[in-house]
Design a protein around this ligand. Structure first.
Ligand code: NIG
Ligand code: FE
Length: 393
């Protein structure tokens, strides 16, 4: 059974399907009995007889490169401290920044490779990786280089996102605007010049930056021709989603506090809502993102792991799909489209990845499963039987 994740029917299902590959691309998709007699010479036709076939999974929001551990904060929170309390007391992101700055590029790569291996084992073929634990030029670039190296080493697609506006670094304590100057004048232009950033993100919240500060970063990113995304409306509503939409952001992520106006702005800009049920669950939040409003307004919904040491230490996109259903009430189809078609859109890759359709890159997973709903309905029971990355097994 082919779950193409293309538009049109649930899961893009083709019960007895076949796919023809030409090199690294998909040449033809359809019903087995309709395989055209005249396909390009180099086409290899694969029939999906007994197994389930889906596009390669895409995690469109991770902070996969870091050093250190934040398990003590987890314990503190279980005893009643909030994420914001811990951040204000100098823990939180700042503690990961200290450990990441102290780590060598080689050690960061070793740790990141081990984390990425977990994703690969569950059928992930594309990962977005953010910086944001360096917070100065050298360390932000170090993280982005590790992300690029990881993609090359593992043969997966890695999209890098510069998240220099993640937190105020200790050397700029109480001077956030000066740090934003540095982001705009130094860190962002250098990352761009070195080809290390595919997009630019920021953290708009009480423990992050104000909408006005984020806007300065977005203006600079747009000036350089870079796409933007935003950590928005996680703990408080700063009208971040509307700001993201104003700059035609690829995505706004988290969104537990998103309101009707934010939804409408995202719908108009076709900005993807990236839901992060791992962070919601790990922080034991109780306010759900406005899922029904997103549906009614036809905002594309993606699901990601948000892998990071502070708010979502779970290296599993499959668990994220499962939590998207159990904690957020997504359907199994929304969960799968959230890690395929809509995740590709959240990375600006909708023409190349995210579904099994002619012309797209042949990232394809074959599962020992009967139906695509199973991928979100269970956790840890179903693993890929085979994975094609750009047409190569
Ligand atoms: O996506 N919210 C901001 N950024 C991360 C958390 C980073 C951290 O606490 O280390 C997130 O949840
Ligand atoms: Fe995040």
């Amino acid at each position: 059974m082919l779950a193409t994740c293309a538009e049109g029917r649930p899961f893009g299902l083709i019960p007895k399907g076949a796919v023809a590959l030409a090199g690294n691309r998909i040449a033809w998709v359809g019903s087995k009995r309709d395989v055209p007699a005249a396909l390009p010479k180099n086409c290899v036709v694969t029939e999906a007889n007994y197994a389930l076939v889906t596009p390669g999974l895409i995690d469109c929001h991770t902070h996969l490169v870091w050093a250190g551990s934040r398990f003590k904060e987890f314990q503190q929170r279980l005893q009643g401290a909030s994420y914001e309390d811990i951040a204000r007391a100098g823990g939180g992101i700042a503690s990961t920044v200290a450990a990441t700055r102290a780590a060598s590029e080689a050690d960061l790569l070793t740790a990141a490779l081990a984390r990425a291996a977990k994703y690969i084992a569950e059928g992930v073929t594309t990962i977005e990786i953010k910086s944001g634990y360096g917070l100065d030029k050298d360390n932000e670039l170090k993280i982005l280089r590790v992300a690029r190296a990881l993609g090359k080493r593992l043969g997966i697609h890695v999209r890098t996102t510069l998240l220099a506006a993640h937190a105020v670094p200790p050397e700029f304590k109480d001077r956030p605007d000066e740090y934003i100057n540095k982001v705009c004048e130094e860190i962002l232009p250098t990352a761009h010049a070195e080809g290390l950033a595919d997009a630019v993100d920021a953290y708009c919240d009480t423990v992050g930056f104000t909408a006005a500060q984020v806007e300065r970063v977005f203006v600079k990113a747009k000036e350089l021709g870079l796409a933007v995304k935003l950590h928005a409306e996680q703990f408080s509503n700063q009208q971040g989603a509307a700001l993201a939409a104003k700059y035609k952001a690829l995505s706004a992520d988290h969104l537990e506090q998103l309101d009707q106006d934010g939804v409408a702005a995202m719908a108009a800009a076709r900005t993807v809502a990236v839901l992060l049920p791992g962070a919601y669950t790990y922080l034991r939040e109780t306010k759900l993102p406005p899922i029904e409003l997103l549906r009614v307004n036809r905002v594309p919904i993606a699901v990601a792991s948000d892998l990071n040491p502070g708010t979502s230490p779970l290296a599993s996109l499959q668990l994220s799909m499962h939590l998207a259903c159990t904690a957020f009430g997504l359907t199994t189809e929304e969960a799968l489209l959230g890690v395929t078609r809509n995740a590709a859109r959240a990375l600006g890759l909708r023409k190349l990845l995210g579904s099994i359709e002619p012309g797209k890159i042949a990232d394809i997973v074959i599962w020992n499963a009967e139906h695509p709903a199973e991928l979100a309905a269970q956790f840890g029971l179903i693993r890929p039987a085979a994975v094609l990355r750009a047409g190569v097994a």
